[in-house]
Design a binder for this molecule. Structure first.
Ligand SMILES: Cc1ncc(C[n+]2csc(CCOP(=O)(O)OP(=O)(O)O)c2C)c(N)n1
Length: 368
């Protein structure tokens, strides 16, 4: 279709993109069903697993905040509030699927199979927290904003070439979608139809910078349109919508259709990290409003209504998590203190001369 320049109106052109994305939801904030067909497509086992994952992760978040305040760990990026977009989606992965997490996703990474003590070591900046078993299908948490997507696209292309029946799931934040790496990653995955599921955890802030100051785009899902891939916006506080969307995206990607971009509308209840004061840039009523959308609350109401959940079940998961934390702390304490020479040994497969010299120097110092 062609158009005469004389009849072109730039303002109207932008308006064409408004309200292009409807938000997928399955449960409302009070646990009422909005999409019965999707609920019917999920087994009781799946529904309970989603809740167990979220309760465990919320407990871990609360415990880790306390441990951080006690000085037992390094810094911590709280994830409370994001359990539907971050944790429920982990429940949709299959054995052999690959996960590319950010610094906010150590809980999710643990549910993917990382021993918790390794996650704790990672928070402490201990080199052993970056050493995963070779057959563990995940990257270490990425601190570089936007840095998850491009390597994840590479793994997805590799899986595709090996004929593996597995997908790669990568997370990033809203601010990360303004980074070049984000576009390059989704573009590459699109060109090669790689089985990459990218979830944008749109919690509305990049530290203190609100989404309105990050981008002029109406939605973040529409960024996928620019590279021609399937893109969807989902209520990121709705565990069933997030879980079912990832399940569907997985099937779509494995059928050879290419990547899917999911924008999850979510919120972090706590600070960006433990050294941040969100009261300086967020209003209390905004936080309270989002707390009414708590993914655990709506899932609890829904499951109780189906007779699949009670407080004893929830208490058992909470206790399990506390026990896991205790054991992880004990295991972490057994780890030998990190040496500077250890740090230098993991940068290169074949060490250049200058690194070899530095290792030798530090090893001599460490012996004295
Ligand atoms: C390339 C890069 N620039 C800046 C930073 C500093 N930084 C750390 S977290 C952060 C905000 C990221 O926000 P978002 O992507 O929305 O994720 P969220 O922290 O909300 O999960 C910034 C700017 C960084 N780690 N990496």
């Amino acid at each position: 279709m062609t158009v005469k320049l004389s009849s072109l109106d730039f303002k109207k052109n932008i308006e064409k993109y408004k309200d292009q994305f409807e938000t997928v939801s399955v449960l409302d904030k009070d646990g009422k069903i909005l999409d019965q067909k999707t609920v019917d497509s999920l087994t009781d086992e799946e529904l309970v697993k989603i809740m167990e994952y979220m309760v465990w992760a919320r407990t871990l978040d609360e415990r880790t905040i306390i441990l951080n305040r006690q000085g037992a760990l390094g810094n911590y990026a709280p994830a409370g509030g994001q359990e539907a977009s971050q944790i429920a989606t982990m429940a949709a992965l299959h054995d052999g699927d690959f996960f590319a997490p950010t610094y906010r996703d150590v809980g999710a990474l643990t549910l993917h199979g990382l021993p918790l003590y390794k996650g704790f070591l990672w928070y402490k900046g201990h080199v052993a927290g970056n050493q995963f078993d070779e057959d563990f299908q995940a990257f270490v948490p990425q601190v570089i904003v936007g840095g998850t997507i491009l390597p994840a696209a590479g793994v997805a292309m590799g899986y595709q070439r090996q004929g593996k029946e597995n997908v790669v799931m990568a997370y990033c934040g809203d601010a990360a979608t303004s980074q070049g790496d984000f576009y390059e990653g989704i573009n590459f995955a699109g060109v090669y139809k790689a089985p990459l599921i990218t979830i944008i955890q749109n919690n509305r802030y990049g530290i203190s910078v609100p989404i309105s100051k990050q981008t002029k785009a109406e939605t973040l899902a529409q960024k996928g349109v620019s590279v021609g891939i399937a893109s969807v916006q989902v209520d990121g506080m709705d565990p069933l919508a997030m879980y079912a969307t990832v399940k569907q995206a997985r099937e779509y990607a494995l059928a050879g259709n290419g990547p899917v971009l999911i924008e999850a509308l979510t919120y972090r209840f706590g600070p960006h990290t433990m050294s941040d004061d969100p009261k300086r840039y967020r209003q209390d009523d905004e936080v309270e409003e989002w707390r009414t959308k708590d993914p655990l609350h709506r899932m609890r109401v829904f499951l109780k209504g189906k007779g699949l959940w009670d407080s004893d079940h929830e208490e058992k998961i909470v206790e399990q998590c506390k026990q896991d934390v205790k054991e992880a702390l004990a295991r972490m304490a057994e780890e030998p203190a990190m040496k500077v020479s250890d740090l230098l040994k993991h940068m290169y497969e074949v060490q250049p001369q200058i690194i070899r010299e530095q290792i030798k120097l530090y090893e001599q110092k460490e012996m004295n």
